[in-house]
Ligand binder design. Structure first.
Ligand SMILES: COc1cc(-c2[o+]c3cc(O)cc([O-])c3cc2O[C@@H]2O[C@H](CO)[C@H](O)[C@H](O)[C@H]2O)cc(OC)c1O
Ligand code: UDP
Length: 485
């Protein structure tokens, strides 16, 4: 009989697609050959994402792994009217519901589980209808998962705007949380019509069999405990959390090192500040000017991945272009920083850069994958969150893990950071400024690196969670009826 299969339903996007495929591959290995993986591919909504995903699928298919197969779902209408990224992705997912159902029902093997992404709540209903166990693969950390699960409680506790309340929020398992770290969608209830997405998603998650979270217990133990104890869900036991991370797709370095890496080869150990704002990495001109002024004055070495404005700025469609450096940077900047700074105008190999001994700090937008990569290589951070869950991630880095030096930003001015503030924080992080704070963050980053690596080793917390998950999934396999009444 054919092996039971785990069906993955990833969304497009650098921080979502590959991390889920990587987790699927680990699940395959963890099952000792008892399972296969079937990936359902939704057509990506932008040409750039489509090219990116096609390349990744091609790579996986070329690697010759027999037990992973890809199935293309038909195209659906891409909504043009929506309230924001959350509703946009959810609407696309809802349109795919019948296709997902048909694809699963058409499989000629037992189905062990359906694994969906943060946004894929409609797929949880499909799984329930088919009697298939369902898991949310959470590509962000447990803090964001907790915020979603706890949002119906917070909504009752704070009837007005979070942005107008005094004091801090009491969120189980966390130190007092300033409301300013909530995602914008939550922060401005009245203004943001996607606020309801939070409450509905939090409630809908309770239908899942489990949460597979790309984190390690060592990073977010108190939050994971709070979810497990039902403290976020009014005492109702939440689906089991499997903290299986850090799941990072690491590939061997290319034979011909990238130009950024070759530049780093010539720099002293732990001397370079990496500045990179993720796969969407777009910064408006005033922020670019502040960064340039700070980097010029700080006299530290830097590698700045600077992208150009997107051709299309609608939610979900924003893809950075290659930067025209002469147009974006202040006059004379490149000359004045020649030798100690490199500005890279297109996508850079971030993981290879963070792995390099010359990198001593990372100004990051706090996308969860960037955070995990930085922790994996022991690089302390300067968090400059821009959007979504990134402010909450930054809070975790500074107030729970202590691996980052805080950067004062003005959320009311589109997360603006003054050049002088950035200059101060860079000096603190790389040495030379407030010695004690920088030293602590650097030491913590080294300790957390060791904890992350231990977690995924044989017998580590994430490895153990993975074994439990693989066993549970293996036991849950069901034959999906071909015809439904
Ligand atoms: C799938 O494509 C996109 C996803 C996002 C996006 O939006 C978002 C909105 C919220 O209110 C809360 C969120 O947590 C959230 C997360 C999110 O995706 C990204 O998740 C990554 C990790 O998997 C990473 O941490 C990123 O920093 C998040 O932004 C947004 C988006 O365009 C703006 C997408 O195209
Ligand atoms: O120039 C870049 C920018 C980003 N990334 C990778 O893209 C992913 C970004 O994911 P993250 O969750 O940090 O943020 P997002 O881009 O989804 O906001 C990470 O794996 C980065 O290493 C990269 O390789 N080069």
């Amino acid at each position: 009989m054919a092996k039971p299969t785990v069906v993955l339903l990833p969304v497009w996007g650098a921080g979502h697609f590959m991390p889920m495929i990587e987790a699927g591959k680990r699940l395959l290995r963890g099952s000792g050959g008892a399972l296969s993986v079937t990936v359902l591919l939704m057509p990506a909504p932008t040409p750039e994402a489509a090219v990116d995903i096609a390349a990744q699928v091609k790579r996986e298919e070329a690697s010759g792994a027999d037990d992973i197969s890809f199935r293309h779902l038909p195209a659906v209408d891409i909504p043009t009217v929506h309230t924001g990224i959350e509703e946009w992705v959810s609407l696309i997912l809802r349109s795919h519901g019948p296709h997902v159902r048909a694809a699963i029902a058409g499989l000629d093997c037992p189905v062990a589980a359906l694994v969906t992404d943060i946004f894929c709540t409609p797929a949880l209903d499909v799984a329930a209808e088919l009697g298939v166990p369902s898991y949310v693969y959470f590509t962000s950390g447990a803090v964001m998962l907790e915020l979603l699960l706890y949002s119906p409680v917070l909504d009752e506790e704070v009837p007005g705007e979070f942005s107008e309340m005094d004091g801090a929020l009491n969120i189980p398992g966390l130190p007092p949380v300033p409301p300013s770290v909530l995602p914008a969608t939550m922060l401005h209830k009245k203004k943001m019509s996607t606020y309801r997405w939070f409450l509905e998603t939090g409630r809908c998650y309770m239908k899942a069999t489990g949460f597979i979270v790309n984190t390690a217990a060592e990073l977010e133990q108190s939050v994971i405990d709070a979810i497990a104890d039902g403290r976020c869900t009014r005492g109702v036991p939440a689906p089991t959390v499997y903290a299986i991370g850090p799941v990072i797709a690491l590939t061997p370095p290319p034979e011909q090192p990238h130009e950024c890496v070759r530049w780093l080869d010539a720099q002293p150990p732990a001397s370079v500040l990496l500045v990179c704002f993720g796969s969407k990495g777009l910064l408006p001109p005033p922020k670019v000017r502040e960064i340039a002024a700070a980097l010029e004055r700080s006299e530290h070495r830097f590698l700045w991945v600077l992208r150009g404005p997107p051709k299309d700025s609608r939610p979900g469609q924003r893809v950075p272009t290659d930067a025209m450096l002469d147009e974006l940077l202040p006059e004379g900047f490149l000359d004045k920083t020649k030798g100690r700074g490199l500005v890279w105008p297109t996508r850079a190999p971030q993981k290879d850069i963070l792995a390099h001994a010359a990198v001593g700090g990372f100004v990051t937008h706090c996308g969860w994958n960037s955070i995990l990569e930085s922790l994996w290589f022991g690089v302390p951070m300067l968090p400059w969150p821009l959007d979504n869950e990134q402010h909450a991630n930054a809070f975790l880095l500074v107030s729970v893990l202590g691996v980052a030096v805080p950067l004062r930003l003005d959320r009311e001015r589109d997360n603006f950071v003054e050049a002088a503030e950035l200059e101060r924080a860079v000096s603190t992080l790389l040495g030379g400024g407030d010695g004690e704070a920088g030293r602590k963050a650097r030491e913590k980053a080294v300790a957390v690196k060791a904890a992350c690596r231990k977690a995924v080793e044989k017998g580590g917390s994430s490895d153990a969670a993975f074994q439990r998950l693989a066993e549970e999934i293996r036991r849950g396999a069901v034959n999906v009826p071909k015809k439904r009444n």
